[in-house]
Design a binder for this molecule. Sequence first.
Ligand SMILES: [Zn+2]
Length: 453
Amino acid sequence: MDGTMNHDRDVPGSPATSTRRRVLTRLDLLRDEMLDTLTAAVRIPSITPTYPGEVYADVVGAEGEVSRLLAGVYAEAGAETDVFAVAPGRDNAVGVIRGTGGGRSLIFNGHVDVVPPGDVSGWRSGDPFDGVVEDGWIRGRGTVDMKSGLVAQAFAARALHEAGVRLRGDLILQAVVGEENLENHLGTSAVLDRGYTADGAIVSEPTGGDRPLSVMAATPGVLVMRIEVTGKSSHSSMRGRMLYRPGTTGPVAASAIDRGFVIYQALRRLESDWAATKFDPLFEPGQFTLAPGVVDGGARHSRSGAFIPDSMSMVYAVFHPPGEDQAVVRKEIEAHIAHVAATDPWLRTHPPVVEWPLRYPGSRVDAAHPLCVAVADARELAAVDTPLAGRPPLAAFPSAADSTWLCAAGVPAVGLGPGELAMAHAYDERCAVDEIVCAARAYALAAMDWCGS
Ligand SMILES: [Zn+2]
């Protein structure tokens, strides 16, 4: 342990220390059951039914099944449970373990939905949902993102209950739907609106970046931007005339793809400027980007090489520092696009249309906030005498997470969860069992510290 640990709460032989031992011993005894529950959760293919490419009716319902599985564990942890859905089949599960009074309340939050597995042949196991535990890993879609964290939180609560620990503040367990397609109105925000708020939250998204089980105190603001560029269609053989022989009555055609890439290049330059100008001490340099995700262009009535394309659309994910006013960020990008459009003879009179379908303001908890300190202390104490020992630096989760909606509702939210971020959404997704165990220990210790016991 290094000098930042709160040694006053870790005096050998003190009642607090022996209670903690009891809880951690209980967790050790629950280890196999925890992994069995996790395997059962992974075997439910709870793909977000609205995910692009999915057939809603074929997929809907699995999220609710995972939530009900979690609700069972919450009940075993002594919680009053509430399973409810805003959209049929898409149930959230909440478990409330009432405190004895006088302590701070805490939310454990995680999402039950997973992204599609992609082409099954891309998985070495041949089954993305087999949830097999092997050689210290559990594999399958959703192990990292994020059923391991979700199940570890539930078993941390069970260990506290079975070790006879009564927390002073309420512990509120939340298993929510729809996170992967940014449907917080069906998941986390719906749960918060139903009255399940607290003085702090730990979101169990995978926080293994440079170091496993980092404590992540911030998430970036994320904007989804859609740009529509309109051209003028003609036969593709007219390209030479379009480029080099402008007519006296206006261009014979205008390629939306050529014009779209003018915008693309301009945004690439803006992105480089951002690397030098947008800054937040919790984020890696260059983490604020304009990420093109979709480019789609062609003739409106026929995607064919025989046409000069009259339409091109681009979809970007824009990552900016949390706390930056999103209206200002949007204006900055729109002004940049307008400036470039003004230098182009076609775009000047046919300006691109910019829309912002999704907005995540981002979240940030100060490094000195007692929640950050409590979670980092718990993480450190949980890993003593293991290969994960040490105090990981505070970092920022690189993408949108439900921390945004917790923070927006006045609940400071910090991320801590097993799994490597790079494994999320990837083929052969797998999570280290040691990290899952360590995370469960950290959740239990954090709850004891934050809520009081
Ligand atoms: Zn996730």
